[in-house]
Design a binder for this molecule. Structure first.
Ligand SMILES: Nc1nc2c(c(=O)[nH]1)N[C@H]1C(S)=C(S)[C@@H](COP(=O)(O)O)O[C@H]1N2
Ligand SMILES: [Mo]
Length: 265
């Protein structure tokens, strides 16, 4: 009789299905126990972690609070004043700038830009009257960005003027900026917009008196128009006559027609 000997190089027989299941179960359970141990250790670490100063954050554990703070910071940076609209080199700016609509401009034939002043209405005080010369004496800021209209067109445009926040600071209107909203209207009151203070104070928001390094044309809002890059065109009021402050939403021409009041980008 021949002796049957296993050759030393012979492969192990393949695992049966039952063996495979056993082995998988073993691996799964080992992993489960290892992860559980890790989770318990992590949980204990969290419980033993110092509490945040009570009263400020309702006693959340410091590591959790740190995560929350990071999240909040992310959203504030994203939606707040540190989120800047993309800008372009001057060479990209359109030379033929589109004129879109002229409500409050074409229907005011007696308007004389030479007699123009900006009226700033203040609670319990007489309105401030600011001339274009005074506005031009403040630091000039320019921006080249993609202007977007809700009607579906956009164009890279170049505007210059005074930062709205600079003007508010210069005329010591900080008390007024504690209000939630600013309202802006044409001198004849036929076009009007409302803006939340966050967009008003945004570092790219301008009161513009120049386009492509030249004084504004009447069709583009001379002598002074709003450029608020975080908003659609409808909020960029041309020919500003009056400025108001309030804690309730100021009237807004297109919001009254059913457009989004915020109209942000
Ligand atoms: N006074 C006034 N401002 C206005 C408008 C308007 O009709 N009247 N139209 C708005 C809209 S819808 C857009 S898209 C922009 C267009 O500005 P532009 O004509 O300089 O391109 O102005 C905004 N400001
Ligand atoms: Mo628009």
């Amino acid at each position: 009789m021949k002796k049957v000997t296993k050759a030393p190089h012979q492969k192990k027989p393949p695992l049966s299905t039952a063996q495979k299941i056993k082995r998988r179960n073993f691996i799964s359970f080992s992993a489960f126990f290892a992860l559980s141990a890790g989770a318990v250790t992590g949980w204990k670490w969290l419980l033993d972690a110092p509490e945040e100063t009570p009263g400020i954050t309702a006693g959340a554990r410091a590591p959790l609070r740190r995560a929350l703070n990071k999240t909040e910071l992310f959203f504030r940076n994203f939606f707040g004043n540190n989120h800047l609209v993309k800008t372009y080199p001057k060479s990209r700016a359109a030379s033929q700038v589109r004129v879109n609509s002229l409500i409050g401009i074409e229907d005011d034939p007696n308007f004389d830009p030479k007699n123009w002043v900006l009226y700033v209405k203040r609670k319990n005080q007489s309105p401030l009257k600011i001339s274009l010369e005074e506005i031009k004496s403040l630091p000039k800021t320019e921006i080249i960005y993609d202007f977007k209209c809700v009607e579906g067109w956009d164009q890279i445009q170049h505007w210059a003027g005074v930062k709205l926040s600079d003007l508010l600071l210069h005329y010591k209107l900080d008390e007024q900026t504690k209000n939630q909203y600013m309202g802006l209207e044409t001198p004849n009151g036929e076009y009007y917009v409302g803006l939340e203070m966050e967009s008003v104070l945004h570092p790219q928001t301008l009161l513009a008196y120049e386009m492509n390094d030249k004084p504004l044309t009447l069709a583009h809002g001379a002598p002074l128009r709003l450029i608020v890059p975080v908003k659609y065109g409808i909020k960029n009021l041309k020919r500003i006559g009056t400025m108001t402050f309030s804690n309730s939403r100021p009237r807004d021409y297109w919001a009254e027609q059913g457009y989004d009041y915020y109209s942000g980008l």
